[in-house]
Design a protein around this ligand. Structure first.
Ligand SMILES: Nc1nc2c(ncn2[C@@H]2O[C@H](COP(=O)(O)OP(=O)(O)OP(=O)(O)O)[C@@H](O)[C@H]2O)c(=O)[nH]1
Length: 610
């Protein structure tokens, strides 16, 4: 690791801390790479395709998950050299909370809008978060190399929809590099320098912005210094948890890690301090010096709460311990992912896991399967319900299988979201119908040119299954979507169980709205009928509420034994068949006498065309 001695007294006037806010795919990562490249942060050959998105899955999916930061040195037109700290923010709705905390460490943002697409749902959500954090904004219109780019129209649109002055927007192509020097100059000229109320002589006061686990260095903590100086060897104290640590390493990311001796007011960098787990570092906490603490902590953040839960079970029971170890490893780096052991009659031992949203769930599941080579069954995702019992007590329900006896429940409340959808008006009809079918309540409908912006209140429970997928297919990918949680509302919810061959399959039980139960039950039974292979006997599939069966299908029995043909015949063919069968068995779960293929669980939960 390179060592660099920095002067802790870099004047505040020569520091700019900023984020980039944008809708997914509008070019945030490409722009960040360009900024790094043009300020010499990395030599060309060191630039992997997208430096800031440094996890494999992120790269594959092209989304940014964990906020990262880079320090750039920029020599401006005034002849002075500035330190520019770029804090990357995640671009997806599930990670809105991480966006907010990254923004709180900076004074300004680049608002990047694709000049061929214009303002999208996440442009709005993210820019309002930046404005809430009192950020100054530099508007950047990207992709002006595209023939479809309409910078003038998009400028107007930004003014109209967001209500900010876009007349001085910087026109760029992050792809070709056009306009990048203008962006750097605008950062220095238009964004404010950080402030330090106490200055460098004051007791240390630093914001814990983020933390992550590095295989070689252990827990790394990203900090933003407000007052005082953070140095190597210092004894620090986390004011929220009252934990003390000795600082072992102070550094900055360029994006390579570079050790420095200290960080002064306004600066952003990382420290390591023999911290055991990411969970020991509370994002939003105030870090101070143990022997000379600051009088007042910074206003903290509240921790991100998981909103979607599902069970993850190994297909092969022997993988249970491996699954536990793999989850422990993932959690090291992701404090918002939670898990606890659970056992299910049908699926054996597994874990009940909590996620920030559906994408978060998919990413974790995919990492477990791919990086740790585990075969998993996921149960129906469920939101967190609040129950008021008839005896007046309150409880939370994370798993439909744990639903108490209905006679003991006074009220069930479910989380509602406020969703903003932007779409070309051709697809509006289909989208309104989708929202309506999912119990949505329309609150606003406006037009920006030929694009409609519609806001809906929706129960989160109706969104967790396949809402994104449906929205995408209805709008051929042109609609954009963003949401935030609004709060809990009482609803007429019932637990629907699915019985296969008379046995309840708890992995498929779910809470549904009473009015939608029959239809959902019928859909599930029809789907399962297609998904479960025929057996030697008839298999009834039923959906039930309490003791009442509300839908039923039957899988007819196999008429002939397929392997019978092989007797006395070709031995290799027979062996192959048997091997195939064995292979298939691995991917099945046995329910009583019935084997259900793993894919059936997920497929059965998709709601299909309404
Ligand atoms: N033509 C053109 N394409 C661009 C330009 N900038 C980015 N792109 C392309 O647009 C796509 C999205 O760019 P990214 O930089 O990954 O977008 P992003 O906003 O970081 O996306 P997330 O990481 O998912 O938030 C990529 O295929 C880029 O190559 C540009 O100036 N012109």
């Amino acid at each position: 690791m390179a060592r660099m001695s920095t002067n802790p007294t870099t004047p505040l006037s020569h520091i700019r801390n900023f984020s980039i806010v944008a809708h997914i795919d509008h070019g945030k990562s490409t722009l960040a790479d360009r900024l790094i490249q043009s300020t010499g942060g990395l030599a060309e050959r060191e630039m992997s395709e997208q430096v800031l998105d440094n996890m494999d899955i992120e790269r594959e999916r092209g989304i940014t998950i964990k906020a990262q930061t880079v320090r750039l040195h920029y020599k401006a037109k005034d002849g002075e050299t500035y330190i520019l700290n770029l804090i990357d923010t995640p671009g997806h709705v599930d990670f809105a909370y991480e966006v907010s905390r990254s923004l709180s460490a900076c004074e300004g943002s680049l608002l990047v809008v694709d000049a061929s697409q214009g303002v999208e749902a996440q442009t709005l959500a993210n820019v309002y978060q930046a404005i809430d954090n009192n950020h100054e904004l530099v508007t950047v219109l990207n992709k002006i190399d595209l023939p479809a780019a309409e910078p003038d129209r998009i400028k107007e649109q930004i003014e109209e929809v967001i209500g900010i002055d876009a007349s001085e927007a910087v026109l760029i192509s992050a792809k070709t590099g056009l306009g990048i020097p203008d962006v750097l100059e605008a950062i220095v000229q238009k964004l404010p320098a950080p402030k330090s109320p106490g200055g460098e002589k004051a007791p240390l006061k630093a914001l814990l912005v983020d933390s992550w686990y590095d295989t070689y260095l252990g827990v790394m903590v990203l900090v933003r210094i407000i007052d005082g100086v953070l140095t190597k060897g210092q004894m620090i104290r986390m004011m929220g948890t009252d934990a003390k640590y000795q600082v072992e390493r102070v550094g900055v990311l360029t994006p390579k890690m570079v050790n420095v001796d200290s960080l002064g007011p306004g600066e952003i960098g990382f420290i390591t301090a023999s911290i055991k787990e990411v969970a020991d570092t509370r994002v939003g906490d105030t870090i101070t010096e143990d022997k000379r603490p600051t009088a007042e902590a910074l206003p903290g953040f509240k921790p991100a709460q998981p909103v979607v839960f599902c069970g993850l079970f190994p297909v092969d029971a022997a993988d249970f311990e491996d699954l536990r170890a793999a989850m422990g490893k993932l959690r090291l780096n992701d404090a918002s992912f939670s898990f606890e052991m659970e056992s299910s009659a049908a699926l054996g031992f597994g874990f009940r896991c909590g996620f920030l949203g559906l994408l978060h769930l998919e990413i974790i599941q995919e990492r477990l399967e791919r990086e740790f080579d585990l075969d998993l069954i996921a149960t129906a995702p469920s939101v967190v319900y609040q129950l008021t019992m008839t005896d007046g007590s309150e409880r939370e329900l994370h798993n439909p299988a744990d639903m108490p006896d209905v006679v003991k429940i006074d009220e069930i409340r479910e989380p509602w979201i406020k969703a903003t959808i932007m779409t070309p008006d051709d697809y509006l009809g289909g989208i309104l119908k989708l929202c309506q079918d999912r119990r949505g309540i329309q609150t606003e409908l406006t037009y920006v040119g030929t694009r409609a912006m519609v806001t809906y209140e929706l129960p989160l429970n109706e969104v967790v299954f396949d809402f994104y997928d449906r929205l995408k297919s209805i709008s051929k990918g042109y609609a954009s979507f963003d949401y935030h949680l609004e709060g809990y509302r009482a609803g007429n919810l019932v637990k629907m169980s699915i019985l296969v061959n008379g046995e309840p399959v708890d992995a498929l039980s779910m809470l549904v709205h009473r009015a939608a139960a029959e239809k959902r039950g019928r859909d599930m039974c029809e789907r399962l009928k297609e998904l479960i292979p025929k057996h030697m006997f008839k298999i009834p599939i039923q959906a039930a509420i309490g003791g009442n069966v509300i839908a039923r299908e039957t899988i007819s029995a196999l008429r002939k034994d397929v392997t019978a043909k092989c007797y006395g015949g070709d031995a290799t063919r027979k062996r192959k068949l048997l091997e195939k069968q064995k292979e298939g068995k691995k991917r099945m779960r046995q329910f009583g006498k019935v084997e259900i293929p793993q894919e059936a669980f997920i497929a059965a939960l998709k709601m299909g065309d309404e």
